[in-house]
Each structure stands twice: as C-alpha cells, then as structure tokens.
Design a protein around this ligand. Structure first.
Ligand SMILES: *[C@@H]1O[C@H](CO)[C@@H](O)[C@H](O)[C@H]1NC(C)=O
Ligand SMILES: *[C@@H]1O[C@H](CO)[C@@H](O)[C@H](O)[C@H]1NC(C)=O
Length: 413
C-alpha cells in the first residue's frame, strides 16, 4: 500500500512517529491561530469601516471662508456633468460672501472654456467673487518657447520644459488673486484646492472637519480606476514612504495603516488626492507659501518630485499641525469611480479586507523602500557637493524619474 510505504520512509527521514505527531499538532495549532487571528481582525476592521458612514452622518455646515483654487485642462465633461454644479452648491451652502473661486484654464482642446464661462455666469448671478482666467496658451506654445528656468537637458539631446515646473507655475497662478484680496483686507480661513473630480458639498464639509478642523492639510482619497487610488506621486505615509500597494490599506507605516483601519484621519507626510484643504495663513504670510519644483540642477540628475508634495515639505505648519488623509472623503475622476467607493460598506467588502490585509503584510515583509531611497539620497548628496548651500527639504517627495511636458500631455524621459 502506497501510504504505508511513504509513512515508513518519512519515519526514516524525520524521526519517530511521536515527534511527527507533535510537529503536526504544532503546525495545526499555528494555522488555527493564524486563521482565528485573521477572522477576528477582518471582522473588527470591516465593522469599523462599514459603520464609519453612520458615525459621520451629515455634519453641520460650518461658516468658514473659503478660497477655492483649481486648474483645468480638457475637463469639459466633468465640469458640465458634476463639477460646476458642486461648486455652485458649495457657494450657496457656505454663503456667496464666504467664498472666492479662482480658476486657471489654459489650452484645452475641448470646450472646457465654454463650460467655465457657464460657471462664471452662474457664480455672477449668485454674487460670488471670482477670477476665472481662460488662457489660449497651449502645451505646444509652452514647449516652443525659449528655454529658461524650468528647462532641462534630456537624454534626447534636447532642452525640454519640465512638467512639474510648468504645473507649479499654473498652480501658483490660481493663488495670485490672494495678493490683491489681502491688500483689500479680504481674508479667508482655508484654501480649498479642487481637482477635476466628482464631489459633494458634504464631502467638502467632512474634509474641512478632518481632525476636528486642526491640520496643516487635509486631503480626500481619489479614484479614477477603483479599487486603485489615483495620485501616487504625492502620497507619502507617516514615515515618508511611498505606498506598499495601490489598493486599500495602501500604507507601509503602521501609524498610517492603523488610523486607516479605524477610518480616522490618517497621518501622512504628504497627500494630494482630489481635494485638499489648508489653512490660509502660510499663503498670505511673507514670504508666501507657493508651489514649486525642485531645482533644475537637481532634476538634471534624473530626480523629480510633485509640486503637490513639495508644498507640504515647505509648509511651516506641516510639522506642528500635521498632514492628514481623510478616508471618509472619497472622490472620483468620473461618476463610475465615485459610485464604486460609496457607501463605505460597499467600498470594502469582507473578502477584499481579508485578502488585502495579507497582501499588505506580505508586501511589507518582502519588499523594502530603502534601495530606492538610497538612489535618491546619493543623487542629492552628489548635487549638494556641486551646489554648496543648496538644500532640498522635500527628499521624501523625490523619485527616480524625469518628466517633461509634451504637446498632448507629458512624458517620462
Ligand atoms: C510661484 O509664485 C511665487 C510668488 O508669487 C513666485 O515667486 C515663484 O516664482 C512662483 N513659482 C513658479 C514655479 O512659478
Ligand atoms: C485675475 O487674476 C489675475 C492675476 O492676479 C489678474 O491679472 C486678472 O486681471 C484677474 N482677472 C479678473 C477678471 O479679475
């Protein structure tokens, strides 16, 4: 009989039947413990997550004064279907006197300008102050301009315009009205940065109330193609690390993960996922906090960092007040993505939670960010050797990439 033979040979190889029995019992015990632990952990976390909406049910609107900043490029569809209406609703709920809407659009191919003109007219009827700038400058115009600051030598033997320098300049534009307004004595409590996302007024109210309203920055979580979150370039966990995985529970840092499990504001070093609220003070101080890119000479060593991450590195409030990602506020770059992550119970099924907890654990055990970090650190050191006195406080933002603007978008080079 085959089983007997293999039993006998296994005794020969591994010792007495008694020790085998012990080992088996130990193994079985361990397995049972692991399964029990997983079941309890999953049930507990799933309960926390699926009851989060109930706890959070419709917070009272606050009467904060908001400076709303946003930039657009080829966003006609979402503007017409959701965004414009949401901004108008926001102005109504917060009060037309309590908001300023700053929009910068340039060079869209679709009728983004037409959609924004409609927004302009609607805000005018409501009596909302605003600055909606529609520029005809296209990407092609930008990359045909004479090189200057923000341009680098690429491997294609050309001088090309860096995507981040360009984006930082545009985002800066949306903040320009602040200077005039502040001279006129018009003040705000928060800046609300809005991407081209589907969002509701309740989402904004929840976002503003993140961590009891105390933060250097509070971000939503953004989805374009769920269950993957979208903006990986600007999200860094509490230890400054990139995500361990692009689906829930995302993070490597235990601090960030545990907050996420409880659906509490997640401490992070940087985030920029769809909507971001920040206290206005740093933006109207001297010198004012603004968007920037890393220096061209550092970018030349094939490093890049998002302007939306660097701003947290530069913000003097980040250390003391904290940057938080609010998992209760989830927005989408299209209606289907928004629907897929609402309500919270539907966002994370029991099965998803079970598999994801183990996937995250295995990824943390089997991968390390230190190799990537070493590359970044070395390049910064070498750069500092050649550029005495220069510093880059946003080291945690940097990745091994070079990004340039292209006529139809942008490119890795
Ligand atoms: C951003 O704005 C500040 C102040 O307005 C300006 O000094 C800086 O050059 C701008 N940066 C970019 C990248 O445009
Ligand atoms: C909008 O802001 C820009 C920059 O501050 C300014 O040049 C422009 O005149 C403003 N437009 C309106 C309509 O206020």
């Amino acid at each position: 009989m085959v089983p007997t033979t293999s039993y006998a040979s296994s005794i020969l190889r591994h010792g007495s039947p008694r020790r085998i029995g012990l080992r088996r019992r130990l193994l079985r015990g361990l397995l049972i413990c692991m399964v029990a632990w997983t079941v309890l952990e999953v049930l507990y976390i799933h309960r926390l997550v699926s009851t989060a909406d109930i706890v959070d049910a419709r917070p009272a609107p606050q009467s904060e004064r908001l400076f709303i900043a946003s930039m657009h490029w080829n966003n006609e569809a979402i503007l017409r279907s959701h965004w414009n209406d949401a901004v108008i609703e926001l102005a109504k709920v917060f009060g037309p006197d309590n908001v300023f809407v700053s929009v910068f659009e340039s060079g869209s191919w679709d009728d983004t300008k037409g959609a924004l003109r409609e927004l302009d007219a609607s805000l005018d009827r409501l009596g909302v102050r605003r600055n909606i700038t529609l520029s005809d400058t296209t990407h092609q115009d930008e990359i045909s301009a004479p090189p200057g600051e923000g341009w680098i030598d690429t491997a294609r033997h050309q001088k090309e315009l860096r995507r981040i320098s360009y984006l930082a300049r545009l985002r800066n534009w949306t903040l320009r009205p602040l200077e005039d307004l502040s001279r006129q004595g018009i003040t705000f409590d928060k800046v609300l940065f809005l991407n081209d996302v589907v969002f509701t007024v309740d989402d904004v109210i929840s976002l503003l109330g993140t961590n009891g309203g105390t933060y250097a920055a509070a971000c939503s979580l953004d989805f374009s193609n769920p269950p993957l979150y979208y903006d990986t370039f600007a999200l860094r966990d509490a230890s400054g690390d990139e995500h361990a995985m692009q689906t829930w529970p995302y993070f490597r840092s235990a601090t960030s993960r545990h907050a996420l499990y409880a659906m509490s504001p997640v401490p992070v070093k940087s985030c920029w996922n769809g909507m971001v609220a920040m206290p206005i003070d740093p933006f109207v101080s001297t010198p004012p906090l603004r968007f920037r890119a890393i220096s061209d000479s550092l970018a030349q060593s094939h490093l890049e960092g998002s302007e939306c991450c660097l701003i947290h590195a530069d913000n003097p409030l980040s250390q003391a007040m904290g940057v938080y990602l609010n998992p209760r506020v989830r927005v989408g770059y299209n209606p289907a993505a928004y629907a897929a992550v609402h309500p919270t119970g539907a966002w994370l099924s029991l099965q998803h939670v079970t598999l994801a907890l183990w996937e995250n654990r295995l990824r943390r055990w089997m991968t390390t960010p230190s190799l990537k970090q070493l590359v970044v650190r070395r390049r910064i050191s070498r750069w500092q050797d050649d550029h005495a006195g220069e510093e880059e406080p946003g080291e945690f933002c940097l990745i091994n990439e070079m990004q340039v603007l292209a006529d139809n978008g942008w490119a890795h080079v």
